[in-house]
Design a protein. Sequence first.
Length: 230
Amino acid sequence: MKDPKIIVALDFPDHDQAIEFSRKTSPDQCRLKVGKELFTSAGPALVEALVDSGYDVFLDLKFHDIPNTVKKAASAAAKLGVWMLNVHALGGSEMMRAAREGIEVIAHRPFLIAVTVLTSMSSRDLNEIGMEMPLPQLVDRLAQSSIDSGLDGVVCSAREAPALRASIGDAALLVTPGIRPEWAAADDQHRIVTPRQALANGASYLVIGRPITQHEDPAEALRLITQSIS
Ligand code: C5P
């Protein structure tokens, strides 16, 4: 059984483009991430179709609501057969524990991870909403709280991975976006890390979108990246 480290971000606007992409690769080469745009346009039917074709699906909806609502949303996601889902750690430990309870509804529960602080937020943005703690400490505190609440890990930058590994341990999953092979454009990502470096930093899985999805030959892009980390 293969355990591909690459999670392709299926940032497509609709069902057909996502399915077309899924036919160019295979479940033993990559996992797939469905985010807010695609889920809002294509819905649970698309997730089920990808799961039925054998893919591990990371449902990236970043739930953040009252504990009871998040528990039910997490249950609904688990019942779709997803492999991984996430919540915002800023929802608090009670909400995260509720999410964990929510996914116990099926025999093989999905992985549950947390977003700590969105990487799009600067220290200034945090101050603006009344959060005075220095950003690295806030990330660390939220990551610890996620693990203490029974979550499997966090989404983080591969640059934060070594520090988080040290503070939340070897068993935690670190899922890292902002990955670019040397040959790819940075696009709008500012602090990029190569696939090989991200794994060396302690990442468990690499979320990669445009370098694969926008490549003229996605299967070849995936093969090159896989080769660079094997
Ligand atoms: O195309 P690209 O490789 O930049 O896609 C990265 C994916 O990871 C996108 O779906 C993006 O929304 C997501 N992501 C990110 N940075 C974060 C969290 C998620 O780029 N901090």
